[in-house]
Design a protein around this ligand. Structure first.
Ligand SMILES: [Zn+2]
Length: 99
């Protein structure tokens, strides 16, 4: 699923797609948005700071506004991606896994 395009991209996601190519050679892959690397890249675009996903989550716990914004964007993108799958397959359960 990670190398399908992110559905229903907004203007910022279209800019992200142009700026951040996927390692597979395509642009706009879900993987570039919904992964630890994608989360860190999006946070860096917002804040100018290069942090690991775990470090950003610590900032979320501390109430950092930009980290919370990055997490909210991540959650919205995950929801859009899963909605696309649900609309096609109507699964009873979705199991998420990652490295
Ligand atoms: Zn890809």
């Amino acid at each position: 699923m990670g190398h399908n395009p992110l559905p229903w991209m907004n203007d910022d996601e279209l800019r992200y797609r142009a700026e951040v190519p996927c390692y597979c050679g395509k642009q706009g892959c879900i993987e570039t948005f919904i992964s630890g690397t994608g989360f860190a890249t999006d946070y860096q675009r917002l804040s100018g700071k290069a942090l690991k996903g775990s470090e950003i989550m610590c900032l979320v716990d501390e109430g950092d506004a930009l980290a919370e914004q990055a997490l909210c964007r991540y959650e919205q993108r995950l929801a859009k991606s899963l909605a696309h799958v649900v609309n096609i397959l109507d699964p009873d359960v979705i199991v998420l896994a990652a490295g």
